[in-house]
Design a protein around this ligand. Structure first.
Ligand code: CUA
Length: 315
């Protein structure tokens, strides 16, 4: 789910990166073709050199030296200087200008093996999914919760390490709407490869509607409607690790589940979010993602169904 293509940029930073990539690709291709062409030419010409006349050899040596000096020294140096110039430009474009403090700020915390996503100015906490408005530069602050991870959305920007105890400031901007897939790009343990997240770039109005929804704690009405499931959530230990804003559940170890039903995936991108997968994940998350911190939970059928009703009500 979600687009994942470094060569199909959807923002200014990714455009710069793919420009540099293509520049290097074509330069290397042209240089390679010329060098291997000359090599073939030299190999074929060798047969004849022994029959050349001796008095021709002095003048040939002079032009040969010049050819080596220009072709082997001057031209490669010029190519490298030009590429260095473009690389410097890319570094400047990617580094900034940073989004101002008052811009939309998103915090991403890498955990084994999921992403905690916060909108500190909106008091929103979610997981493995971030939304941003098209055409606006958002400020991104990343850190690590346990080991070093790396936040990477290939369609939008380069990689940025999430380091415990340190906050790296970064920015994201999408120039077109779309659903883009992000990946952890730093080996971080057993499930490193299953640590994806979704970046949904939407129009401003849709973004604000999403913010409004995510900001809202679970209503009394929903809590009463799913009272049995809510009780299972409290009694079976779910609440020890997961927070559901507006309820007594305040666990901090696992993802905030206040609006779990609104999310696209479960288990950081590995499962589509539907009732069947939610049931499978809840009962035995280890079967889907061995080594993750969620223990198996044994529930009688009707208690499991009540819990699923409750979770699916957390929209
Ligand atoms: Cu987190 Cu690799």
């Amino acid at each position: 789910m979600g687009e994942l293509n470094v060569l199909n940029p959807a923002g200014p930073a990714a455009s710069e990166i793919s420009f540099l990539w293509w520049l290097l690709f074509w330069t290397a291709t042209v240089v390679g073709v010329i060098v291997f062409g000359l090599l073939l030419f030299a190999l074929r010409g060798r047969k004849n050199t022994t029959s050349q006349k001796v008095n021709h050899q002095e003048t040939k040596k002079g032009s040969r030296d010049r050819f080596i000096l220009i072709g082997g020294g001057l031209i490669p140096a010029l190519i490298l200087i030009v590429i260095f110039g473009f690389a410097l430009r890319s570094m400047i474009v990617l580094a900034g200008p940073p989004a101002r403090e008052e811009a939309i700020t998103i915090q991403a915390v890498g955990h084994q093996w999921w992403w905690e996503i916060r909108y500190p100015n909106e008091a929103i906490v979610t997981a493995n999914e971030l939304w941003l408005p098209v055409g606006e530069r958002v400020r991104l602050e990343v850190t690590g919760g346990d080991v070093i991870h790396s936040f990477w959305v290939p369609n939008l920007h380069g990689k940025i390490d999430t380091i415990p105890g340190q906050t790296n400031v970064f920015w994201l901007e999408a120039s077109r709407a779309g659903l883009f897939r992000g990946e952890c790009a730093e080996f971080c343990g057993l499930q490193h490869a299953n640590m994806a997240f979704m970046v949904n770039a939407v129009e401003r109005g849709d973004f604000e509607a999403w913010l409004e929804r995510q900001r809202t704690p679970v209503s009394e009405f929903v809590q009463e409607q799913y009272a049995v499931g809510k009780a299972v959530f409290q009694d079976e230990g779910c609440a020890g690790c997961h927070a559901v804003r507006g309820t007594p559940a305040q666990g901090q170890l696992g993802p905030d589940l206040t609006h779990i039903a609104s999310r696209m995936t479960l288990g950081a991108g590995i499962l589509e979010n539907n009732r069947g997968n939610l049931a499978g994940w809840t009962v035995n998350a280890q079967a889907h993602k061995p080594g993750n911190k969620m223990p198996p939970i044994y529930l009688e059928g009707d208690r499991l169904q009540a819990l699923l009703d409750y979770l699916e009500g957390l929209e």
